[in-house]
Unconditional design. Structure first.
Length: 578
């Protein structure tokens, strides 16, 4: 059961859920490939995972614009349609069983209530939740994490409620006792929970800023729900999220800090609540600042992950741990999203995976494929718009075995409106690669998805690569027009593009238009717009090039069908003004 992993804005994770992961006998290697994206309501402030319907599959919950949204897992890295529960304004949540009934519950930090409260939504065990149970706090709440701070077997919470860091002891029924407030750390923004002095009482790791002063601190727990004054040390750069784990295997918990925008730092723990000076590591690009700690390749050494953007793609930076407190340079894995993240085994193969939230996308899953990597790394593999009853050019997926031994492949199968060929045999040698090629051959118009399913020795579960393609009934010819050199202020000879209805019913174009950066340098007339084009019939558009400036100029010619129909790919227009 995943008890906690909550994130505020940039994904904050309590160390209790990060320090341990069940080891299994698999190669000490890991790759991460995008599995799928599940659309959520707008907003991606805080994300967590847990089995909310007790079916053995991990689910995800994310704080969205109007509440928290839960998507139940299918057990293969995909999720069912998300369901939203409305809450008060909140940017942070955490997951635990607050009434010890075996069902996971959700606690939400309410940000703007007077009186200020936190709300617990008790789980029904089927992915739904009861009405909120409110408990008062001293001030408005910025962040919440969970843990048993008085060792009574009932889950408690710790909140940032400006200017305090406060522990609220749980009563075992979803309610909490009055907060024990501590104001010894100024400017708290992110928390993690762990035992930093080995006394078997939970402590709080905190980071934040006040003016131009940046700090990290440890508030030792007394075992009764109260916290000692912060052991605070100054840091050089603007801090963001923190996580905890024993990175050097000495039995003392260490701290990992994500800097705002770029870079991370490791603070080795001394076992008494104090931390050694930081060792800094660069990210590959701009990071979201949150940090996650887990043994991602199951080699017995903790690793660190940071959602990041490498300048051209979103994804995650992974720092492989050396087991002595040091980390390898960041290795970037591309993904659809790079927002708040959480780690869990989302396809039940025993390997830790990622799920990332993004305001405009939803939740993207990156599955751990063990020793196997795929290129391209992001999914789905998307084909350009294709005319029905024709076959696209092949797109090739490269499979590489990064393991130290040969990879056995039991089967490679394909589903959907696609064709497949492969150079992969029954085995792929260590360090070797092979190709899996797919082509799109639609019989009808519409949007189609498919799967390449690979059963191999890198994982106990099949590995999937998604395919996507759209098909249209309109064939355009030619697919590009090049007007060559043309003097500015003059007009070229017209070139004609023909659009033919290859379908079985009449269609009507809503418009034919030129777009793109050079659209003002192209003019057109057409006999397509507003006319019914019957099966087998054609219409045409006549385009001229009248450049308004010197140099290369490009545009696109669009044949637009009504909403709900698939329009053909635009015709590329090009010419040079002289």
């Amino acid at each position: 059961m995943t008890r906690l992993c909550s994130f505020r804005f940039r994904a904050l994770c309590s160390s209790l859920a990060l320090i341990c992961f069940a080891a299994i006998a698999l190669p000490a290697y890991a790759q991460f490939e995008t599995r799928a994206t599940t659309h959520f309501p707008e907003g991606a402030f805080s994300i967590a995972t847990g089995d909310f319907n007790n079916d053995g599959n991990l689910d995800v919950v994310m704080t969205t614009g109007n509440g928290f949204t839960v998507a139940l897992g299918n057990g293969d890295g995909t999720f069912q349609t998300p369901i939203t529960t409305r809450t008060e304004l909140s940017y942070s949540l955490a997951v635990a069983d607050f009434n010890n009934d075996g069902n996971l519950d959700i606690v939400v930090a309410n940000d703007n209530l007077d009186p200020s409260t936190v709300s617990v939504y008790l789980g029904n065990g089927d992915g739904t939740f009861k009405a909120p149970i409110n408990s008062n706090t001293t001030s408005y709440n910025e962040f919440v994490a969970v843990g048993d701070f008085n060792n009574d077997g009932k889950m408690d919470i710790v909140v940032i409620e400006i200017p305090y860091i406060s522990v609220l002891l749980g009563n075992g029924d979803g309610t909490f006792q009055p907060p024990s407030d501590n104001d010894s750390f100024v400017g708290a923004e992110w928390l993690a929970v762990a035992d930093f002095n080995n006394d078997h009482n939970l402590d709080v790791l905190v980071t934040g800023s006040f003016g131009s002063t940046y700090s990290i601190g440890v508030l030792l727990g007394n075992g009764n729900g109260t916290l000692q004054n912060s052991i605070t040390q100054a840091i050089e750069y603007v801090p963001a999220a923190v996580a905890a784990g024993d990175l050097n295997g000495d039995g003392n918990v260490d701290a990992v800090l994500g800097y705002d925008l770029s870079g991370i730092a490791v603070f080795l723990g001394n076992g008494d609540g104090t931390l050694q000076p930081p060792v800094n590591y660069d990210t590959t690009g701009i990071s979201n600042a949150e940090v996650m700690v887990r043994d991602l390749n199951l080699d017995g050494k903790l690793d660190v992950a940071v959602p990041a953007t490498d300048g051209s793609a979103a994804g995650v930076d992974v720092y492989w741990g050396n087991g002595d407190g040091t980390l390898e340079p960041a290795q970037f894995y591309a993904a659809t999203a790079s927002g708040p993240g959480v780690i869990g085994d989302f396809n039940g193969d025993g390997l830790p995976d990622f799920a990332f939230g993004e305001d405009t996308y939803g939740v993207t899953t990156l599955l751990n494929t063990g020793a196997v990597s795929f290129s391209p790394t992001t999914a789905p593999i998307t084909f350009p718009v294709q005319v029905i009853d024709t076959t696209s050019q092949k797109l090739t997926l490269k499979l590489t075995n990064h393991g130290t031994t040969g990879l056995s492949i039991s089967s490679i199968k394909l589903s959907g409106e696609f064709q497949m060929s492969t150079t992969c045999g029954k085995t792929v040698a260590s360090g070797a690669s092979c190709g899996i090629s797919a082509a799109f051959k639609p019989l009808t118009a519409g949007t189609f998805t498919g799967l390449i399913t690979i059963v191999d020795s890198a994982s106990s579960k099949p590995q999937f690569v998604e395919l996507s393609g759209t098909a249209t009934v309109i064939k355009v010819s030619p697919t590009s027009l090049n007007f060559g050199d043309q003097k500015v202020g003059t007009t070229s000879k017209a070139q004609v593009v023909t659009a033919t209805n290859e379908g079985s019913t009449a269609i009507t174009f809503t418009s034919v238009a030129v777009g793109g950066t050079g659209e003002k340098s192209f003019s057109l007339t057409d006999n397509c717009t507003g006319h019914a084009i019957h099966p087998g019939a054609s219409c045409s558009a006549s385009v001229t090039f009248d450049p308004t400036k010197t140099g290369a100029i490009s545009g696109d010619l669009y044949f637009n069908l009504p909403r709900g129909s698939i329009s053909p790919a635009p015709v590329a227009l090009s010419g040079t003004g002289t």
